[in-house]
Write a protein that binds this ligand. Structure first.
Ligand code: ATP
Ligand code: MG
Length: 447
């Protein structure tokens, strides 16, 4: 795993090292050049000075006599073989050297020479300096100019890891806090001194922790409720098993066996519903969705449920019944609509009527189930969506999960479910699901 801290430290160290080296090389080179130019000016100055006052002799107050700075001077006169004066007889320059600067090798040493002619070449003044001396002087001076950088750059290099470590200390602290977050300890991170750039990130982590906490609390409540509710059918099964064991004769045994079967069926229905709810609550995987023909799906559901309606002499009919497609998992939609239809049939007294509508409306699809039952008191219209909530718990054998399942499914597809009592003079409930035909950018033709 790449460490941002290491990356920044290495990058800064490399940068400072490169800048240091390039800067030192450039300063060294520039210093040497400047010192070379300065020495040239000296050379020229010495020649001019020598020519200004002296016609044929260098004299005591002439340029330094072969001194530490290595100056060598000589004066030539036209027609004479030897210089009229010189500071070092062993070092004689080529008197015909071009005017100005030139380089000459004498006795294994290279000399930088300045040649000046006067009186139409009658007099030639030459001042030279060993190049080795010049190089040495320039090199030494240039190196000295680097001394501050040689001290400062290592200090900067040492400071970089310290500064970066300090800057990242709050992140390390945040990391340690995040490390301690777990299912049992879902507390927002307490990191007041985190850098502003990282703040949006930690804020979103904190929001996520809060969401997780409320989600997990809801799950815990659900599991506790489910366990509590499952106790009832299990207790019923236990009682019936006991009854069965105590059956005095064959016919009583057969009767109690039927009761036991019913109790088992109820328990298994509840377990199936709990599973459906868990599935409806699960996150939507877009890949598993398809264009579902709601019109066809409801038609099949009505056919399946028709025998129940007929058995209770309920007139199951369709109102507005139009083609409508929604992008979803077919099983989810079937589960939602079936629960509404089951409720309508269960709570409508025998001889009543249940109508179902399905039609597209703008960018949505509407599914509506209208019954002629007792409806739901206004105060309970919201509460019936709560898990395990039933209005008349004693006289119906549902588990109170149906509407929570519908709500979970509808929410998953960004739709809405609403219940309202009929206002057309009849009693009864109208349950309306509105589902967008497109969600998460997936468009679908409604027809
Ligand atoms: N169409 C309806 N008419 C009257 N009351 C209704 C209707 N639909 C739901 N209810 C009330 O809302 C309550 C909750 O309904 P829900 O479907 O969630 O659970 P249930 O039908 O009792 O059990 P199940 O889990 O088997 O569906 C029901 O117990 C009932 O009192
Ligand atoms: Mg129900």
């Amino acid at each position: 795993m790449k460490s941002l801290k290491n990356q920044i430290t290495v990058a800064l160290i490399a940068l400072v090292a490169i800048v240091g080296v390039v800067d030192s090389l450039a300063s060294y080179w520039l210093s040497r050049r400047q010192i070379g130019a300065l020495l040239d000016v000296h050379l020229q100055g010495a020649a001019v000075w020598m020519a200004a006052g002296k016609v044929g002799a260098i004299g005591a107050s002439g340029p330094p006599q072969h001194s530490v700075d290595g100056f060598v001077g000589q004066i030539w006169k036209r027609g004479l073989e030897q210089p009229t004066d010189d500071t070092d007889p062993e070092v004689l320059f080529d008197r015909a050297a071009p005017e100005g600067y030139s380089v000459e090798r004498i006795g294994g040493n290279l000399y930088r020479i300045y040649t000046l002619r006067k009186n139409d070449g009658e007099l030639t003044y030459q001042v030279g300096q060993p190049i080795a001396f010049r190089e040495q002087t320039a090199g030494r001076t240039a190196l000295q100019s680097l001394a501050p950088a040689f001290i400062l750059i290592p200090l900067v290099l040492l400071a970089i890891p310290l500064i970066v470590n300090r800057a990242f200390a709050s992140l390390v602290h945040a990391g340690a806090q995040a490390e301690s977050v777990g299912i049992g300890r879902l507390k927002p991170l307490d990191i007041p001194d985190v850098p502003a750039e990282v703040r949006p990130f930690t804020d979103s982590i904190n929001r996520m922790i809060t969401r997780l906490r409320s989600g997990i609390e809801a799950e815990k409540r659900f599991i506790a409720d489910a366990a509590h509710e499952l106790r009832t059918p299990v207790t019923a099964m236990q009682l019936r098993v006991d009854n069965l064991a105590r059956a005095p004769d064959e016919s009583a045994r057969a009767e109690r066996m039927t009761e036991l079967r019913e109790a088992i069926a109820r328990a298994s229905t509840m377990i199936r519903q709990l599973l459906s709810l868990a599935r409806a609550d699960a996150q939507l995987d877009q890949a598993s969705t398809e264009g579902v023909d709601l019109h066809g799906l409801i038609q099949k559901l009505v056919v399946d449920i028709l025998p129940v309606a007929q058995a209770r002499s309920i007139d199951l009919g369709a109102g507005r019944f139009e083609a409508a497609k929604v992008r979803a998992r077919e099983g989810d939609l079937r589960m939602a609509v079936r629960n509404l239809l089951e409720n309508a049939l269960r709570y409508t007294p025998a001889g009543g009527a249940v109508d179902i509508d399905v039609y597209p409306s703008g960018a949505d699809v509407v599914v509506r189930v209208t019954d002629s039952g007792p409806g739901i008191p206004e105060a309970s219209l919201e509460r019936v969506f709560d898990r395990f909530y039933r209005l008349h718990a004693a006289d119906s054998d549902g588990s109170g999960l149906g509407l929570s399942i519908v709500k979970s499914v509808v929410r998953k597809y960004h739709g809405t479910i609403s219940l309202q009592n009929r206002s057309d003079g009849h009693s009864g409930l109208i349950a309306t699901i509105v589902l967008p035909t497109q969600h998460n950018g997936t468009a679908l033709d409604a027809r």
